[in-house]
Design a protein around this ligand. Structure first.
Ligand code: ADP
Ligand code: MG
Length: 292
């Protein structure tokens, strides 16, 4: 393609809210035959809400949430925000103050830990419980499976090394996600979903959006692993997607995502519309197939 053609295409992209950072990004996009999608905030809306709580011990719901919110109020994670929002609703006063959290730590991809009123609270996924030497009773395991099959993320709450409750959080898929995935298939582009979330939930979401290839319980470095023989695009929104956005042949960031992801990407979807993944590839194909 001539420099003029590239300039024109970049301009057309910009006018449609597809920000292409340079000619190389535009050129690479026409060769893409595989797209790795982040789950949370990319395929899903990214605003999880608490939909269910199961208490395993004789506890008052509001007290349970006071403890969990006290810990999660220190975390920036969308799941943490969902929990704190839910806990607030259990109180009538505007500015309820949680008990004090001491020794707070956040373990990326796992959960949070804090000392609340001399109780050690651990909130997170199964592997976080295992690495904290907490036994998950059969009853809890059954609840986890049940919730995961409903495409919900189940968060385990342990107090003083004992599982006391499970919080289910739902983050629905974007309304057009399914259409975009099947359209990409018609363009001979394969889709893969990658997530730090558990396998059960990931498989259920995959089924909803029509993606068969799934990589779950992935650490940020794993998100960035290269698929051999493919020209790979990565679509993501989070801080933990940025290594993958950089190492992919083409990194596409959701405009509503974090600054770190937008910085790391080659292409930014300013309207945060998944359909613009197709717009970007189309534009590149038109520019680079026509002229050769
Ligand atoms: P994703 O790739 O979906 O953004 P993350 O890697 O951020 O997922 O987190 C993976 C999993 O770790 C979450 O699904 C959740 O089970 C657990 N987790 C992470 N942060 C928290 C938190 N603040 N509170 C509870 N659980 C958490
Ligand atoms: Mg995300």
């Amino acid at each position: 393609a001539t420099p003029t053609a590239v300039m024109v295409a970049t301009g057309v992209g910009a006018s449609q809210g597809v920000l292409i950072k340079g000619g190389q990004a535009l050129e690479s996009a026409h060769k893409v035959d595989c797209i790795v999608f982040d789950k949370t905030g990319t395929l899903t809306i990214g605003k999880p809400v608490v939909v269910n709580t199961r208490l395993l011990k004789n506890m008052v719901l509001r007290e349970f949430y006071d403890y969990v919110a006290a810990a999660e109020d220190n975390s920036e994670h969308p799941l943490a925000k969902a929990i704190v929002e839910h806990a607030k609703k259990l109180h009538s006063e505007e500015n309820h103050i949680w008990p004090e959290a001491r020794d707070f730590i956040s373990v990326p991809g796992h959960g949070v830990k804090a000392n609340i009123s001399d109780n050690i609270l651990i909130v997170g996924n199964k592997s976080f419980m295992l690495s904290s030497s907490i036994d998950i009773p059969l009853e809890a395991l059954e609840i986890l499976t049940e919730e995961e099959e409903k495409a919900q993320t189940a968060i385990i709450v342990a107090m003083d090394q004992e599982v006391v409750g499970i919080i289910s959080v739902s983050d629905p898929i974007k309304p057009n996600a399914n259409d975009v995935i099947s359209y990409l298939k018609s363009m001979n582009v394969e889709s893969i979903m990658v997530t730090g979330d558990n396998w059960g939930t990931a498989n259920a979401i995959g089924k909803e959006v029509g993606i068969e290839k799934i990589i779950a319980e992935a650490k940020p470095e794993q998100k960035a692993e290269k698929l051999s023989g493919k020209t790979v695009a990565m679509v993501g929104d989070g801080i933990n997607d940025s290594p993958a956005l950089v190492s992919a042949d083409v990194g596409l960031a959701i405009g509503a995502g974090t600054d770190v992801a937008i910085e790391a990407a080659d292409i930014v979807l300013m309207k945060s519309n998944l359909e613009d993944v197709v717009t970007a590839i189309d534009l590149s194909r038109k520019t680079f197939f026509r002229i050769r």
